[in-house]
Every structure is written in structure tokens, then in C-alpha cells.
Design a protein around this ligand. Structure first.
Ligand SMILES: NC(=O)c1ccc[n+]([C@@H]2O[C@H](COP(=O)([O-])OP(=O)(O)OC[C@H]3O[C@@H](n4cnc5c(N)ncnc54)[C@H](OP(=O)(O)O)[C@@H]3O)[C@@H](O)[C@H]2O)c1
Length: 606
């Protein structure tokens, strides 16, 4: 305390001595862009300690902070006078008095990524290689799968459309990816002793994205992958000599039992170690029976194990520099490497793809509730910057980033569903079975009725035709799968959360304008109609694997379906009227009087 006061007083004196210099500087040269304060404030620890290193224009957060600091040093009035035309850019990170750009931070560093073969992991690898070309190596944890070893999987990964830009512009970058065979369900992540040594010696930034994202995964497996996997990764990080940042990817919904979710780790009713122990000694059947009571308050095993993983991370991290990024519902890319890129059907994507093909038309969701959707490249940019911040601005606590759109740029479920249908009609899928049209319903009963009439019944009719034609009936099975997917989503589409994102906004403010542009995660910039148009085009191209060249033919097919759809609606109306007319003489009388009035009016007009 004493030492602090002495430092404050002494630095105030030194700062006072600099005021005239800075004031002159402020008056004459402030309109110029960033000029390091450190040049002028050498020996002024007050400024250095508070990370005020640049004079700049147009930075409100830094300006406010500077006013506060200078007011403390010099007295309120003078502080304001001195800064009246100036803004001070509040830089979180400086090396030798200079701002270290994100790209420079990653120079010569080696990165270890788990989940790099997944939807988000791929975008992370691609972006790191493209935007941080001086990266040394990227080690990817991979498990052999579907008869492919890790080398073969890597080759397949790099041949994917996502890497096209890199393959074309800088193919050399791809050789920096080194596959590491392993599996998070095994002790020591299943990584060989040699590979562990290599990671321990060379890695300084770790991204942990591997997880099972199946909402209704068996609890035992979910605990093993999402919790034990995280624990084993933390143990490996403890052995790394140069680790500067560990970014754990969680989910905004891990706290879905609360309405207001701040950027902090909340207590969970069960202890992580207790849950791990329980699921290890019990057999599968016992765990399954106990699951509903264990996860009480949460809708599925996924959100439960992700919440416990955060809690465990908090306990196990020791002095490791850790940050947690919590995205909400991740959809296709906003603009990088191409707008609309998406390659997995999780969340609403599979449902929207089915809607585009014409066999999905109704869903239970509260129209005016916010659908918290976020583009994948925005999440990845935030993760990259979160690692930069964690490494260059060390703190004792875990920083949490709620990567969501609901606070700054909300879109409702109705808007999302309506726009998705609109663009599914404008850019239709090939061979759609019916005209894409539908809506969300807030009423469970009405939705059930629509599901029966618009999903189940047509599926049975189509399968009967298929059987008669001698082909394989698939529609009932497809509808069963879709129904399971919508059931998983219903919990999230009928509720709303306040995901606070102050840390995300602050991180954005701490970046230089150039970094803010390269690693854009400002969700306010998302224009939802345009974004969703690209989303639909992305689903068509990357999920349904339909080339953009086939669009004209698909459009003419959809026009025919439109007339068929209208004819069908008209036919249904006639049948309904006919049934009504036959049932009661009064309705019949009313109908014919109405008809004669209409005819008389027509005659008068003609
Ligand atoms: N997508 C979203 O909407 C969303 C939203 C919020 C949070 N998140 C979080 O973001 C992270 C990534 O999600 P995602 O959408 O990219 O999921 P994803 O596409 O299913 O990818 C999961 C990744 O984890 C890997 N993995 C799973 N089990 C593994 C094991 N036993 N050993 C090694 N690797 C294993 C998978 O490897 P294989 O290729 O070998 O299967 C894959 O690379 C997850 O932590 C998830 O909780 C996602």
C-alpha cells in the first residue's frame, strides 16, 4: 500500500514535468494518427502501468481512460484541457514500447489445436495460415477414422474447398500443418511419448476445440470427451515449457439454466470430479438411468458436460494463462475465406437444408425470441485475438468471451425462418420434392398438427409411391431424423438469454484498426438478410454439393413446383368447401347466396 502511494506520488511529479511537452504535442499534432506516447513518457510509470502508450485519434475508450489517468495526475481541469483534442489509444499489448500486432504475435510460434478436423477447427487452421503467414507450425491432434490414418485424413482435409484460397495463393503454408495422432478419450490424449516431447518443447499457443457436440450423447462418452479430454489437455499444457495461451472453446449455452449469462464461470450443482468418478465406475445402463437426475436443470448432456469442463478448467489450470470462448449457435462464414462456407449439419443448418428440398415446413419456436446465431469466421477471429490478449496481457484470472449476437445485433426466430425460406426459394436446391414454404409456430398443438399434415403424412405417401415404383422408401426415415434434430433445437428456439459480451467489446477496442479489420469480430457489422442469403447459397454448394451452375435449372423446376403448390392449395380449399356444403343445408344456402351476390356484382361491373 505504502509502496503504491510512493509510486503514485513520484510518478505524478514526473508526469507533471511532461505536461507542457505533451500539451504542445496535443495542440499541434494530435490530429495525426497514432504516435507512441512512450517516446514522451519514458520514465512515467503511471502511463506505462496503465497501458497507455499511444496518442491516437478516434478512440473513445482510450480517451476516457486517459482523461481519468491524467485527471488523477494533474487535476481534473488540466487533464481535460491537455486532452481536449486528443484521444489516447489504450493498447493492451506492447513489446519494447510498440504495439504488437496479432500477426506479429504469432510469428515463429507453434500452435497446438485439438478438434482441427471439425467445422470450427478447420476455419481456425485456415485463418491462422492465411492471416499469420509467419507462424512456425500448427500441430493438429487427429484420430484415425473410417479406415484412414492421420496422414490420409490431413490430405483429405487440405483438399477441401475451404483451403482452395491457400492452395492457390500460398501452397507452402500448408506444409506447416503437422498431424499428431491421438484421441482425447485415451490417457495422455493417446499421444506417443515422442510427439509429447515435441509438443512440450515447441508449442506456445493451444486451442482446445475437440468435443462431442451431440446434444443427446450418452453421458459416459460426453464426460469422457468433453471433461476428461479437457483435463488431459490441461495436464499436457502444464508440461509445456513455453505455453503462453490456452484457449478453451466452450458454449454460451453451458449456462442455459440461467437467463442472464455474464462472462464468468458459474457454480454447477455437481462437482466435476464426482461426475467423472461416477461415470467411470458405473456401467452404461446405470449411467443412462441416472442421467436425467444428474443433468437436472439442463436440457442435455452436452451443455452439462461443457459447464463442468469450464469448472474443472478453473480448478486445474494452476498458473496457466487460460481464456474461454463461448459461441452461441455457429453458422456459416460471414466473409472468410468465402462468404457462406459451412460443412456440417448441426444446429439449424440440417433443418434449413431439408426445408430447401421442400420436405420441412414447420417448427416449434417462439417467433419474437432472439435466435442467437453467430458466423463461424467471427468466432475464429475472436479466438485468435483472445490468445493474443491472453499471452500479451497476463492476468491471474480466466478471461471469458461470450461470442454472441443477441445483445448487439439481434435477429428473431421468425426473421431467421422467414429469410431462410425466402432465399431457399430465390436460390433453390436441385430436385426439390416440393415448393419450399413454411413457418415457425409458437403453439405446441398447432405445430404437432402441422407436423402430422405437412411432414408425416406426405412422407408416408411418398414412401408408398416409392415402393410401388420399386425404389427405396426413405422419406419416413428422413422425417424421423429431422424430428429428432428439431426436438434438440426446441429448447433453444423457445427461450431467450442475455449473453453479456463486454469482454468481447473491450477486446475489439484494444486492437489496432488494422487488426480489427483483419480479425473482424464486430457482430454489429452483420447484415442479416445478406448474410442469410450467403448461408443458403453455402448450404447449397458445400452441404448439398450442388454447383452454382445448376441454379437456372433449379429455378425453373421451382417455378413448376410453385404452380403445383398453388393448385394443390386451391384443390384443398375446394374439397373443404365441398365437405362443408354437403354437411349442412344452412352452409349450402349461405354459400349459394354469397355466390349469387358476387355474380350480380360482376354483372353490374361488366
Ligand atoms: N458448432 C456450434 O454451433 C458450436 C456452438 C458453440 C460451441 N461449439 C464448440 O466448438 C467446438 C467445435 O465445435 P464444432 O462445431 O467444430 O464440432 P465438430 O465439427 O463436431 O468437431 C468436433 C471436433 O472434435 C474432434 N473430436 C471429437 N472427439 C474426439 C476425440 N475423442 N479425440 C480427438 N478429437 C475428437 C473431432 O474429430 P474427428 O474429426 O476425428 O471426429 C472434430 O475435430 C466444440 O468444443 C463445441 O462445443 C460449437
Amino acid at each position: 500500500m505504502c509502496q503504491f502511494r510512493w509510486r503514485k506520488v513520484s510518478s505524478s511529479f514526473i508526469a507533471l514535468a511532461f505536461i507542457p511537452v505533451l500539451a504542445t504535442f496535443g495542440k499541434r499534432r494530435i490530429p495525426q494518427s497514432r504516435i507512441p506516447v512512450s517516446v514522451y513518457s519514458r520514465g512515467v510509470p503511471e502511463l506505462r502501468e496503465r497501458n497507455i502508450r499511444y496518442l491516437s485519434s478516434g478512440h473513445q475508450g482510450g480517451h476516457r481512460k486517459a482523461v481519468r489517468v491524467m485527471a488523477e495526475i494533474k487535476g481534473k481541469g488540466e487533464g481535460r484541457y491537455f486532452l481536449k483534442n486528443a484521444f489516447i489509444l489504450d493498447m493492451a499489448t506492447m513489446a519494447g514500447g510498440e504495439y504488437t500486432s496479432v500477426k506479429d504475435f504469432y510469428r515463429d510460434r507453434s500452435i497446438f489445436i485439438t478438434g482441427g478436423t471439425g467445422f470450427m477447427g478447420k476455419v481456425l487452421v485456415e485463418k491462422l495460415l492465411r492471416s499469420c503467414p509467419d507462424i512456425k507450425n500448427i500441430y493438429l491432434l487427429m484420430r484415425p477414422k473410417k479406415g484412414q490414418n492421420v496422414q490420409e485424413r490431413l490430405q483429405e482435409l487440405l483438399n477441401a474447398p475451404l483451403f482452395e484460397k491457400l492452395r492457390r495463393d500460398s501452397p507452402g503454408e500448408l506444409s506447416k500443418i503437422i498431424p499428431v495422432a491421438g484421441d482425447v478419450t485415451e490417457p495422455e490424449l493417446g499421444i506417443s511419448a515422442n510427439d509429447q516431447d515435441m509438443l512440450i518443447r515447441s508449442v506456445s499457443v493451444v486451442f482446445h476445440s475437440a468435443a462431442t457436440v451431440k446434444f443427446d450423447e450418452a453421458l459416459k462418452l460426453s464426460v469422457t470427451i468433453n471433461m476428461l479430454g479437457t483435463k488431459r489437455l490441461v495436464q499436457l499444457c502444464h508440461r509445456m515449457r513455453n505455453v503462453e495461451a490456452l484457449i478453451h472453446v466452450s458454449t454460451a449455452y453451458c449456462n442455459c439454466d440461467r437467463h442472464d449469462v455474464a462472462e464468468e464461470i458459474y457454480p454447477v450443482a455437481k462437482e466435476p470430479e464426482q461426475v467423472i468418478a461416477l461415470t467411470q465406475w458405473m456401467d452404461d445402463k446405470m449411467v443412462e438411468d441416472l442421467t436425467p437426475s444428474l443433468i437436472a436443470g439442463r436440457p442435455n448432456t452436452y451443455t452439462f458436460t461443457k459447464a463442468l469442463a469450464e469448472r474443472m478448467l478453473q480448478r486445474e489450470r494452476g498458473s496457466l494463462p487460460v481464456a474461454i470462448v463461448r459461441p452461441s449457435i455457429v453458422l456459416s462464414s460471414y466473409r472468410e475465406p468465402v462468404a457462406g462456407w459451412v460443412d456440417n449439419c448441426n444446429g439449424p443448418t440440417g433443418i434449413i437444408a431439408a426445408a430447401g428440398k421442400g420436405f420441412f415446413r414447420t417448427m416449434l419456436c417462439h417467433k419474437d425470441k432472439v435466435a442467437d446465431l453467430v458466423p463461424v469466421d467471427i468466432v475464429i477471429n475472436l479466438m485468435i485475438c483472445a490468445a493474443w490478449k491472453t499471452a500479451t496481457h497476463r492476468t491471474d484470472t480466466i478471461s471469458i468471451y461470450n461470442c454472441c449476437t443477441g445483445q448487439q445485433n439481434p435477429i428473431t426466430w421468425k426473421e431467421f425462418v422467414d429469410l431462410s425460406f425466402k432465399y431457399s426459394r430465390l436460390h433453390p436446391a436441385n430436385d426439390a420434392v416440393w415448393y419450399p414454404d413454411g413457418r415457425c409456430h409458437s403453439s405446441i398443438i398447432l405445430n404437432k398438427l402441422c407436423v402430422t399434415l405437412q411432414h408425416t403424412l406426405p412422407a408416408h405417401i411418398l414412401d408408398t409411391f416409392a415402393r410401388l415404383k420399386g425404389s427405396r422408401p426413405i422419406m419416413v426415415r428422413v422425417q424421423a431424423k429431422l424430428s429428432k434434430a428439431t426436438k434438440c433445437l426446441e429448447y433453444f428456439s423457445t427461450k431467450q438469454w442475455n449473453f453479456r459480451d463486454d469482454n468481447v467489446r473491450r477486446l475489439g477496442e484494444q486492437l489496432s484498426p488494422e487488426d480489427r479489420e483483419i480479425f473482424m469480430f464486430d457482430v454489429k457489422q452483420i447484415n442479416w438478410p445478406s448474410y442469410l442469403e450467403h448461408y443458403i447459397l453455402g448450404i447449397r454448394q458445400f452441404i448439398l454439393k450442388e454447383s452454382p451452375d445448376t441454379l437456372p435449372a433449379a429455378r425453373s423446376h421451382i417455378t413448376k413446383l410453385y404452380w403445383l403448390h398453388r393448385a394443390m392449395q386451391f384443390g384443398m380449399l375446394i374439397i373443404m368447401l365441398r365437405v362443408l356444403l354437403l354437411r349442412s343445408a344452412a352452409t349450402r344456402g349461405a354459400f349459394f347466396s354469397l355466390l349469387s351476390i358476387v355474380l350480380r356484382i360482376c354483372r353490374l361491373i361488366v
